[in-house]
Design a binder for this molecule. Structure first.
Ligand code: IMP
Ligand code: MG
Length: 345
């Protein structure tokens, strides 16, 4: 069964963030029931999880929280703001099963103020959540960490060790990346990038899980490309065309309108290579093609939709295993049995 071949999965964004990682990780949480779920990155990244008519916009809590037996972790490489963290724990009702690494970084009001008054942050279109300023303090070794705050005491654990214990027992661990490959500090469109490496390797390093322990690297692409803030976006559509194609979206943290472009095979190919993708998820296929909302079976997709997906798959040379057909986390065509079952590694 699948569980045997996917004990440790890392999910990352393949474009500029907002590919629908929250939706995909939310689905995997409910479907695969991981023992542990880890969310990396920080509060500049909003992951939206819709389930049964309810919507959560998460900035700290792992998107797999809907799986009630799952332990939730925020690792050493992550950064949180204490109020954002405590609020989300309440909203998601996950108190008692969410844990913070002793070394997770803490963002304060001072970091936010510093970014607000920074001219370059304005130019690159930073979300101004204080994440870059806090990361720079961490590099200069003056950032306060979770272990320095009394009010966090009950949440503190050695997350790196606990997660590795799950991994070494062969249990299913789901690691959630944040933002997208082209926002990576190293591989993205510098200086129009975020303050960390968003690739699969960078995400794993934030958790403390070594590369040899990972079974599946799932790269998530949306069926079109969006970008918030400044920086290059190849084949960017005019606001009128964005509207006409139905690609209008707003950023979940800042509320800004997202810029948009058609699906970009060249960007996707490079992303798949550098992330070492073993699987690809394609989200919002129902936005690109009409009348396929909430379809859950591959065979029920019209021929032209299947053809488009197969053409993408042929260029990427990686199986497209999950296909998003609606907002709800369960609106997914899951082809893993069919596609991976036949190539059991
Ligand atoms: P910062 O990391 O908040 O300073 O933002 C730097 C750049 O990354 C800006 O262009 C932001 O819009 C973008 N960015 C940061 N986080 C996200 C995200 O979660 N989704 C999409 N764009 C993001
Ligand atoms: Mg987002």
């Amino acid at each position: 069964m699948l569980r045997d071949i996917t004990p440790v999965t890392v999910v990352v964004g393949g474009f500029f963030g907002d590919e629908g990682k929250g939706k995909i990780v939310g689905y995997l949480g409910l479907k695969d029931r991981p023992s542990a779920a880890v969310r990396t990155g920080s509060i500049n990244a909003g992951h939206t999880v819709s389930f049964d008519g309810r919507v959560w916009k998460l900035r700290v809590v792992p998107s797999a929280f809907l799986c009630s037996a799952c332990r939730l972790y925020v690792p050493a490489g992550a950064l949180i703001s204490i109020p954002v963290f405590l609020n989300e724990v309440l909203e998601t009702g996950c108190s008692g099963r969410i844990f913070l690494d002793y070394n997770a970084g803490i963002i304060t009001e001072e970091h936010v103020a510093r970014e607000r008054s920074d001219e370059l942050m304005k130019q690159i279109g930073s979300t101004k959540q204080g994440v870059g300023a806090a990361n720079s303090d961490r590099i200069m070794r003056r950032l306060k960490l979770a272990k320095d705050y009394e009010e966090l005491r009950s949440y503190l654990r050695d997350v790196a060790l606990e997660v590795n214990e799950f991994v070494d027992k062969g249990e299913h661990v789901l690691i959630e990346g944040t933002q997208g490959f082209y926002l990576s500090l190293y591989f993205g469109t510098y200086p129009y990038v975020t303050s960390r490496d968003t690739s699969a390797s960078g995400v794993l390093s934030e958790v403390g899980v070594g590369p040899k322990k990972v079974d599946e690297v799932l790269v998530v692409f949306k069926s079109y490309v969006t970008r918030v803030g400044e920086g290059p976006l190849p084949n960017e559509l005019s606001p009128e065309d964005v509207e006409r194609f139905g690609f209008v979206e707003r950023a979940s943290v800042t509320g800004r309108v997202r810029r948009a472009a058609p699906f970009n095979l060249e960007l996707a190919r490079k992303s798949v290579v550098i992330n070492s993708a073993t699987q690809v998820a394609l989200t919002k296929v129902d936005v690109l093609f009409k009348n396929i909302q909430h379809v859950k079976e591959w065979g029920k997709l019209p021929y032209n939709v299947r053809k488009w997906i197969e053409d993408v798959e042929n260029v990427l040379k990686v199986p497209i295993t999950l296909i998003g057909t609606g907002e709800d986390v369960m609106a997914v065509i899951d082809r893993r049995e069919e596609v991976l079952g036949s190539l059991k590694r």
